[in-house]
Design a binder for this molecule. Structure first.
Ligand SMILES: *Cc1c(COP(=O)(O)O)cnc(C)c1O
Length: 395
């Protein structure tokens, strides 16, 4: 038995009062539009693979929604990051600055380029990179020579930085752009989680040299598997398209490939789902914001925690609703996770820090105090768009 006054009990009681007695997953996809009809069209026309109208249509619609001049649809967000880094000139033995507090795919994309992740700390205000701390760190530990940033300690080039818009909340993009310019570091936004999130009115993923979105099944909208590269540069977009389609040179019948490319193009089947999902994106975003408001109202009564609110000057998509415990208490955290999951409220802790995972333990890193603390205090709670049950008539 757990104490009636425990934080776990209070959390369960708040969530149940809002969501009823259903099993509550972290984030379920919702299909209540034209998904079936567009999928049927793929089968009827036999366009199920890398050619077909839905892929182009999907790219255009993402371009319209985000304001990114160019969009290249790919098989998933990780492959988009892999190619994005390559396009920004990341070569073997380069270092890439990246939060330790992120999904492993962000960091793996650096390894796929045989580059070296260099872990940086985050801040509690945005859950993104602590830009003040990073600026200080770069002044002390790097120098810029001939337009290239060098790590004094390792002698290696710091070529790029990947901020992550964590759980859909925009990082401090003003500062990140300043850092990118000042230190000659390419800016690649991991906007995998932030479709529908804006910083000062502009869509995330459109600030850097490149941005990346994921359409995995657990994201705000899904294509099954899927991702996209966003860029305002015609040249980068052209290179992205070429590299993600096996570097094939257009020709009526010859198989000519002028470099080592990748088979990363999104399929028409995946894009068909995406086109239907996009038609309901605004509805989904509204319902997620409403869920935040309802949660926020009720959780305000629990003094031991706060519900994470979108940073100032930002409009977040509220992809994953996030509780932050005020105190660091490993046992308390475990009780909350155990009791909620036992109650079929499938909460999740934050990621284990990537710098503590076996493949990444020896990588360069700055002081990670805030990341460490947050990784023991953050809990994601059920965030599906239909929790309030007014979005469709499926129950
Ligand atoms: C989902 C996600 C990715 C990777 O996307 P996939 O489509 O699953 O490959 C990358 N970074 C972050 C922060 C993510 O949440």
């Amino acid at each position: 038995m757990i104490d009636e006054n425990s934080i776990a009990k209070k959390i369960i009681s708040v969530i149940r009062s809002i969501a009823g007695n259903n099993d509550l997953y972290l984030h379920e996809p919702l299909f209540f539009g034209n998904e079936w009809s567009y999928l049927k069209n793929c089968l009827d026309t036999t366009y199920v693979s890398s050619v077909g109208k839905y892929v182009n249509e999907f790219e255009e619609k993402i371009s319209d929604f985000t304001g990114s001049k160019f969009v290249v649809a790919v098989v998933n967000g990780t492959s988009a990051l892999h190619i994005g880094l390559k396009l920004c000139g990341v070569v073997p033995k380069d270092e890439v600055l990246v939060p330790s507090f992120t999904f492993v795919g962000t960091v793996n994309s650096i390894s796929y380029n045989n580059a070296i992740p260099h872990f940086v700390d985050i801040e509690q205000e945005t859950l993104g990179i602590d830009t003040k701390k990073l600026l200080q760190y770069l002044y002390e530990n790097t120098y810029v020579k001939n337009g290239i940033c060098i790590n004094k300690l390792t002698g290696r080039i710091i070529r790029a930085i990947i901020p992550v818009h964590t759980f859909g909340h925009p990082s401090n993009l003003d500062d990140l752009i300043t850092i990118s310019k000042k230190f000659k570091i390419k800016l690649i936004e991991d906007a995998a989680e932030s479709l529908g999130s804006f910083f000062k009115g502009k869509h995330t993923g459109t600030f850097g040299d490149l941005g990346v979105i994921s359409f995995n099944g657990n994201k705000t909208i899904t294509t099954g598997n899927g991702g996209a590269i966003l860029t305002n540069s015609y040249d980068l977009a052209k290179r992205a398209r070429h590299l993600t389609t096996t570097a094939k040179v257009p020709h009526k019948w010859e198989y000519l490939h002028d470099e080592i490319g990748y088979n990363y193009r999104m399929s028409n089947v995946n894009a068909a789902i995406g086109c239907a999902q996009l038609e309901n994106l605004k509805t989904i975003l509204l319902s997620k914001r409403k869920l935040y408001e309802v949660y926020s109202n009720k959780f305000s009564r629990i003094s031991e925690l706060t519900l994470f609110k979108e940073p100032s000057n930002c409009e977040s998509n509220y992809w994953l609703q996030t509780i932050i415990l005020k105190n660091e208490n490993k046992k308390e955290l475990e009780v909350i996770l155990r009791e909620t999951n036992k109650n079929r409220i499938f909460t999740r802790p934050a990621w284990k820090l990537i710098s503590e995972l076996k493949p990444y333990q020896d990588c360069p890193k700055m002081d990670l105090t805030c990341s460490k603390s947050l990784s023991k205090r953050v809990i994601n709670i059920p965030s599906s768009p239909n929790i309030l049950r007014d979005i469709n008539n499926n129950g």
